[in-house]
Unconditional design. Structure first.
Length: 231
């Protein structure tokens, strides 16, 4: 039954692939040489994940180890579906599974589509030290997972973990981290603009230019120009 479902998911992914989408993904993702891109749209992947949320963790493990990009993405979205309906020890087991498989979460879209919906819910009720562990990782994608996972906290009105990570990672060498920090600061600003503005103003000289530009995107033009010109 499980094997048939896994086999069916893989077949559906190939049936729903679009050459134009594949060409677009090749441009924006810069996939590794051994990656295979099918060209399946993210909304389609989400729909398939909901339909196949009954897959076992063994099946999800198979998907995550695949070099087909959309199979890894589908596996992460299935995991997110399971986390959404789990609680307590069951949710903790799913989060532990995710953290044990982050080596397969190896592009920005996989991080951005999974961190806040797999790890995020656990952060709302669990130990936040995992964020420090991920932020200290040598892997770019682990560090981005730490940043993006805090979106769940931001949406719950808890901003300090995000602000702490901004300071921890402000000197990170990777532009993809700078952009993620700015994105999360912008999300903080959507809920508490004075807090975000005060934070950016206080640390303006320390923050990467890209971070400041992304963080201030929603500000009034004159206010944003003041920050952008300063950086």
């Amino acid at each position: 039954m499980t094997f048939t479902s896994l086999k069916g998911l893989r077949a559906e992914l190939r049936n729903l692939a679009e050459p134009a989408v594949r060409a677009q993904l090749e441009r924006v993702l810069s996939p590794a040489e051994d990656d295979e891109l099918l060209g399946v749209r993210v909304p389609v992947l989400r729909k398939l994940a909901r339909a196949h949320r009954g897959l076992s963790l063994g099946d999800v493990d198979v998907l995550l180890r695949s070099r087909v990009h959309e199979e890894r993405f589908a596996g992460l979205l299935v995991l997110a579906e399971r986390v959404r309906t789990a609680s307590g020890a069951d949710r903790k087991a799913l989060v532990d599974f995710y953290l044990a498989h982050t080596e397969y979460v190896d592009n920005w879209d996989l991080v951005d589509g999974s961190a806040h919906v797999v790890l995020g819910p656990w952060l709302l009720e669990g130990d936040l030290r995992v964020l420090d562990e991920l932020a200290a990782s040598a892997r770019l994608w682990d560090r981005r997972i730490a940043v993006l996972a805090t979106l769940a906290l931001i949406r719950a009105g808890r901003f300090e973990p995000t602000l702490g990570l901004v300071l921890t990672l402000r000197q990170d060498p990777e532009p993809l981290i700078h952009k993620a920090l700015g994105w999360m600061l912008r999300e903080v600003g959507r809920r508490d603009e004075p807090l975000m503005v005060a934070f950016v103003e206080r640390h303006l000289d320390e923050l990467p230019r890209v971070t400041v530009r992304h963080a201030t995107e929603r500000l009034a033009p004159a206010e944003r120009s003041r920050f952008v010109k300063a950086r």
